[in-house]
Design a protein around this ligand. Structure first.
Ligand SMILES: [Zn+2]
Ligand SMILES: [Zn+2]
Length: 93
């Protein structure tokens, strides 16, 4: 009979010791990182702040695509007006 009590006590002790670790491990699990939000004026590769008229990142050479010459917003390329500021884009390319 004593061995059963011993096993119960041992199991309870292990549980008491492991429970905070288990809780801590669950709490320490890294939350999913929020998607990196790049502003329109940043290189998507290195994050360098780009001038509105820069079409290639001067730091890493990544092409940044067409941009609005007025507000620097990145454009797909077929816009006729800037969705960011409404600037007329025809004739700028
Ligand atoms: Zn870059
Ligand atoms: Zn614009």
């Amino acid at each position: 009979m004593q061995i059963i009590i011993f096993l119960l006590m041992a199991g309870l002790t292990i549980f008491m010791l492991a429970y905070p670790l288990w809780q801590g491990g669950a709490a320490a699990r890294p939350a999913p990182a929020p998607a990196a939000t790049l502003s329109a004026g940043q290189c998507a590769t290195c994050g360098r702040v780009l001038e509105p008229d820069e079409r290639f990142c001067p730091q890493c050479g990544t092409p940044v695509g067409p941009r609005c010459p007025q507000c620097g917003r990145a454009l797909v390329g077929d816009e006729r007006f800037c969705p960011g500021c409404g600037a007329k884009l025809e004739g700028t390319r």
